[in-house]
Design a protein around this ligand. Sequence first.
Ligand code: PHE
Ligand code: CO
Length: 295
Amino acid sequence: MNTPRRVEHQLTDKGYVPVYTTAVVEQPWGDYTATDHEVWATLFKRQREILPGRASKEFLAQQEVMGMSADRIPKFDDLNPVLRKATGWELIGVEGLLPELTFFEHLANRRFPVTWWIRKPDQLDYLSEPDLFHDLFGHVPLLMNPVFADYMAAYGRGGVKAHGIGPEALVNLTRLYWYTVEFGLIKEDDGLRIYGSGIVSSKSESIHCLESKAPNRIGFDLERIMRTRYRIDTFQKTYFVIDSYEQLMEATGPDFTPIYERLGQVDSFPAGSVQPGDQVFNRGTGEGWLDDGDV
Ligand code: PHE
Ligand code: CO
């Protein structure tokens, strides 16, 4: 068995950045402390309290089917049989963010990397990198949905391809992941709901993305999204709304190569802009927005 190693940091021209091994590690379940389990329980209960009526029905239902509960940090080995049976996906333990190509290859093979360690009690509201709570609570439930599961695997294959095309293609593809998998909204019968993992694992953004007048809420449009910069340090200025998981799958079916070529000829859109042709659910007031900092 590999012994998981905590993150190290390395000084680069961008400051200290985390460095991780690319290794798959066994979840060191027996090493979680009482505090680790408490952090999980606190976050789990807090989100399950506010998410009904805000998160996608499918997300909430599948999380229960998987048997995740507040009691203790779930064991990947307990979730995996359920997940494999439903959609052929499995969870693998990792130290944290992986190099892009490694990440894409895992997804293409229906392996979802989950960070094994959980945040500290003073980081309940925010931390700048994915931890076990974000990855497991946020990403894993929708991998139980056959259509979304196929979308994630297709995204992995598309990532391997984009990686071969070049860095600009990867920028475009990463925006798609950001505005769907991480920060997506879905239109359900009763109104807009959250399916993006970056939102469901954050209490404040779960409320903000639906209830605030500040952000734009705009209908899903593949090329529009692939042109749009985003925020990594604040709430999103724009959320994109899908009609269904099938829509995601269908829109991303065609070969992206010509799209990458087209987008290479035009400027990107600012994170908070509204464009001609947008299907606008909410035109953001922009309240509280910082001017700089789109990536
Ligand atoms: N169709 C995309 C391509 O040709 C692959 C892809 C599928 C990307 C699903 C994202 C999501 O690159
Ligand atoms: Co994530």
